[in-house]
Ligand binder design. Structure first.
Ligand SMILES: Cc1cc2nc3c(=O)[nH]c(=O)nc-3n(C[C@H](O)[C@H](O)[C@H](O)COP(=O)(O)OP(=O)(O)OC[C@H]3O[C@@H](n4cnc5c(N)ncnc54)[C@H](O)[C@@H]3O)c2cc1C
Ligand code: SF4
Length: 529
């Protein structure tokens, strides 16, 4: 930690992902003294691993002293993929920035509290500008395969290239800041190498450290990396009106003492896993007034991730940006072809042939039978020389609603079904797309082992847990993201998403955080009060 860190701030921001970075910039612009505390590391382009076989650099497993930027968390009802580091999920994400359909703005716990579509419209535009959303200019083999599937299903008109947060200048040519009238960092053009999810080594991906956070730091915001916030409690008055004491400690040291800073306000932005863990912990300690809804209304995008391994040697499915295209196979669903860069093959170890069946027992028996009946085609994937070049990963997402509740467990969060059915990995439409894609690329579909054995789906889009409500009976925060029961405490991250967007959520998290921060007065005005 920098020696110069002071003891008092206007705002402490917990976490440096989408919500945290937006908050850091907008609060700094308003004249506030801001400290961002992030548990992961800083990453320069050259620090990222060449492939995901470099597990120490890629994975975040502190107990093994792996301090990478990609975290996998397995709970009873869902496996969660997330990012850790300065820039949060932007370090690992696939850059795709779709807007949700209308249903999102009219459902969930925030339904009817505002006309969310028109309320958020200017902030979506601002978020797109700040993140540098640009239409992907080039389709490659994986996109063309999906286009063929869309055409077969009569949806060719709706198939489109994605809007992505990437700088498409001359490949590998460095130029002065192309986004913020020279106030941002130098950037280099995208090479379409497909490695966005293992970190962009070409300085082409618009991660948050190259936009919001960079500009915030130029305005004086401080970022302390490799430190985890462990405790937030009111300083003086029990409702936080006298400010807060924030405790944190080093993540990467062997023995680390807890440190504290004081702040007039706190923004919780640790992503669902970080924010909900901290809030549930604090509800039994320093923040007892938190709503009983804390940890409730957690959603996934009802995703299904299917790896289709192809026999078409002439194709190179790893080329392009990580997600280059999208189409809606029906009213409620979206599908995208996802890729890793050449050489990244870790996920083949987690895949087994796609097997359908009512319960884990039947599926396991069927799976064993499948391995015995089709050994060559089933085991081929594990011996593939270049899994990323030979595979298309389908990311299927659906609008339909069901919610989970996270509870404090002994070592990790626990989960239980709150409303509707548990998120399922067996979505008929997703399986249909897998079969069609397999036919188009002469491939075989695989899913994560946890799906077949335990029926647990995997999500990269965990959302909710501190949702917007009319009161603390229906939500954890009000429509301006203020935490019920406390003064000057906000939640600005995926936990505040209050309905199922049905598409990748980072643009929405950014837009909602932009709106929340726009409602905080400038420091000068605040002081006059
Ligand atoms: C492989 C992958 C691909 C994805 N692709 C896309 C995509 O293409 N488009 C899209 O929209 N979304 C995508 N996502 C999802 C996206 O990354 C997340 O939805 C988004 O990052 C969530 O933003 P957030 O603000 O909630 O927090 P995050 O971005 O998750 O950031 C939270 C940060 O807080 C830190 N933190 C947590 N707890 C603490 C604590 N107690 N103290 C200090 N720091 C803490 C974490 O280390 C993390 O850096 C993808 C996700 C993954 C894993
Ligand atoms: S495709 Fe390659 S160069 Fe382009 S943004 Fe992704 S990682 Fe960077």
């Amino acid at each position: 930690m920098k020696k110069s860190i002071s003891e008092n701030y206007d705002y402490v921001i917990v976490g440096s992902g989408f919500g945290g970075s937006v908050s850091a910039l907008r609060l700094s612009e308003k004249g506030y003294k801001v400290l961002v505390i992030e548990k992961g590391k800083w990453w320069k382009p050259s620090d990222f691993p060449k492939t995901n076989w470099n597990l120490r650099k890629w994975l975040w497993i502190p107990s093994l002293r792996f301090f990478g930027f990609f975290k996998m968390t397995f709970l009873k009802h869902v496996g969660i993929l997330s990012g850790v580091g300065v820039g949060g999920g932007s370090l690992v994400y696939a850059n795709t920035l779709p807007r949700p359909k209308d249903a999102f703005f009219k459902s969930g716990s925030w339904k009817g509290i505002a006309d969310w579509k028109s309320e958020l419209e200017p902030f979506y535009r601002e978020a797109e500008k700040m993140l540098g959303a640009t239409t992907n200019p080039k389709l490659f083999d994986a996109d063309n395969a999906l286009k063929e599937v869309a055409t077969q299903m009569g949806h060719q008109k709706e198939f489109e290239p994605t809007d992505v947060a990437v700088f498409f200048g001359e490949p590998e040519i460095t130029v002065p800041d192309p986004f913020f009238n020279g106030k941002g960092p130098e950037r280099s053009g995208c090479t379409h190498c497909g490695a966005c999810m293992t970190g962009c080594r070409y300085n082409a991906k618009n991660t948050l450290d190259k936009n919001y956070l960079y500009l915030a730091m130029n305005l004086g915001a401080e970022v302390v990396a490799e430190h985890i916030v462990t405790d937030v409690r009111p300083d003086g008055a029990g409702n936080g009106s006298d400010g807060y004491v924030v405790s944190f400690k080093k993540m990467t040291g062997l023995f680390s003492k807890s440190k504290t800073v004081k702040a007039k306000g706190v923004v919780m932005a640790g992503g669902v896993l970080g924010t909900i863990r901290l809030l549930l912990d604090m509800k039994t300690k320093g923040l007892p007034n938190l709503s009983h809804k804390t940890g409730d209304d957690i959603r996934t995008n009802n995703e299904s991730l299917i790896l289709v391994h192809s026999r078409q040697k002439e194709k190179k499915f790893s080329e392009g940006v990580a997600i280059g295209s999208i189409f809606p196979p029906d009213e409620d669903s979206h599908v995208e072809p996802v890729r890793y860069g050449s050489g990244s093959g870790f996920f083949k170890l987690m895949g087994v042939p796609m097997i359908l069946g009512k319960n884990g027992f039947t599926r396991t028996i069927k799976l064993l039978g499948h391995f015995i009946a089709h050994p060559a085609s089933s085991f081929r994937i594990y011996f593939s020389k270049n899994f990323a070049e030979e595979s298309v990963i389908l990311l299927f997402m659906q609008h339909l609603n069901s919610t989970l509740q996270f509870k404090k467990g002994l070592f990790n969060l626990g989960s239980r079904v709150s409303t509707g059915k548990a998120p399922s990995s067996f979505i008929p439409r997703a399986k249909e797309l897998a079969v069609r894609t397999s036919q188009v690329i002469n491939g075989k579909p695989y899913v994560m082992t946890t799906e077949v054995l335990f029926g647990i789906p995997t999500t990269a889009h965990i959302l909710g847990g501190a949702v917007i409500g009319e009161s603390s009976k229906t939500g954890v925060i009000d429509k301006n993201h203020r935490v019920f029961g406390y003064e000057n405490m906000y939640v600005c991250d995926g936990s505040a998403i209050s309905a199922n967007p049905g598409v990748n959520p980072s643009l929405t998290i950014t837009a909602m955080s932009e709106r929340a921060m726009s409602l905080i007065p400038e420091k000068r005005e605040q002081q006059k009060k």
